[in-house]
Design a protein around this ligand. Structure first.
Ligand SMILES: C[S@@+](CC[C@H](N)C(=O)[O-])C[C@H]1O[C@@H](n2cnc3c(N)ncnc32)[C@H](O)[C@@H]1O
Length: 277
């Protein structure tokens, strides 16, 4: 056990993966679903009032009469998908949290939404010229490794019809200004977010080259089971994101401050990008 702790407390190699599932873990996904569904919480999803504005903006930018078929990647419990369906889009929505997808399917059935929810890793999609619009919302793009991001961008490009749009968001350097490397720990005797029973969380924040950060959470439970959850983030400037997108063939790059269409400025902690095939 000590060997593992020593190993996990060393600086991980770039893009070293978590040792267990995060979004699709049976316990963690319960807390995540609760967080998604809390209308005032900015955690797993953004506040629901933001999502309302976001959907309003998307439907003006790419109206469903011209962009009918929409693919929402990392849809969670369908907060965007159901609002977009109400606007008239025809939706396919993908997520690899079984709990979120099951919740979303049940809600769609109750409310009569015509949404195809799929439990799948979006890195495995294989569509060709099928969608008018693809969304990937709440800075999930930056979580992926260099290889995964390039692969996903190619798959999104392939999945779009000619003239189709891809809308997504990322963090900017402003989000990390003044944030240094640090670590801390806490004991959660009654159980909590990471585990149902008593556990210790050793939290560390690392800075890597090329605008990359890592938040790592090493969880030791009362049976002595140890896991390291690693959440990477590659953050971007307008130039660095444009470079990645152009490599794959995307054109007409527009940059906003967030997914409600606020104009971009140097103080923005996020950046929403809209590109065309
Ligand atoms: C930060 S949440 C955002 C959810 C939703 N877009 C929203 O804003 O309400 C990220 C979602 O992406 C899903 N996700 C992350 N990586 C994924 C992958 N490789 N394939 C499918 N879903 C993924 C997670 O399960 C989670 O539901």
């Amino acid at each position: 056990m000590l060997d593992k702790i020593f190993q996990y407390l060393k600086r991980p190699k770039l893009y070293e993966e978590s040792t267990a599932k995060f979004w699709d873990d049976d316990h963690i996904s319960k807390g995540m679903l609760k967080a998604h569904l809390d209308p005032a919480l900015e955690a797993a999803s953004r506040r629901h009032s933001f999502i309302d504005s976001s959907v309003g903006w998307i439907s003006e930018l790419a109206p469903c009469k011209d962009y009918k078929k929409l693919l929402d990647l990392g849809c969670g419990p369908g907060l965007y998908a159901e609002r977009l369906a109400e606007k008239g889009y025809l939706l396919t929505a993908i997520d690899f949290s079984q709990r979120s997808i099951e919740y979303a399917k049940q809600k769609a059935e109750e409310k009569g939404y015509n949404i195809e929810y799929i439990y799948q890793d979006y890195l495995d999609i294989g569509y060709r010229d099928e969608f008018d619009l693809i969304t990937l919302i709440y800075c999930d793009f930056g979580v992926l490794s260099h290889v995964q991001r390039e692969m996903l961008l190619k798959k999104i490009y392939e999945a779009l019809k000619s003239g189709g749009k891809f809308i997504f968001d990322v963090f900017t350097p402003k989000n990390y200004e003044g944030k240094t490397e640090n670590n801390t720990w806490y004991l959660n005797e009654g159980g909590g977010f990471w585990a149902p029973d008593a556990h210790i969380c050793i939290e560390a924040h690392y800075i890597y080259e090329e605008n990359i950060r890592l938040n790592q959470y090493v969880i030791i439970d009362k049976e002595g089971k140890i896991n390291a959850y690693r959440i990477w983030d590659h953050y971007y400037t307008k130039d660095t994101i444009a470079e990645e997108l152009k490599k794959v063939g995307f054109k007409n790059i527009q940059v906003f401050s967030d997914v409600t269409g606020n104009s971009y400025d140097m103080k923005s902690k996020t950046m929403c990008i809209v590109v065309e095939k």
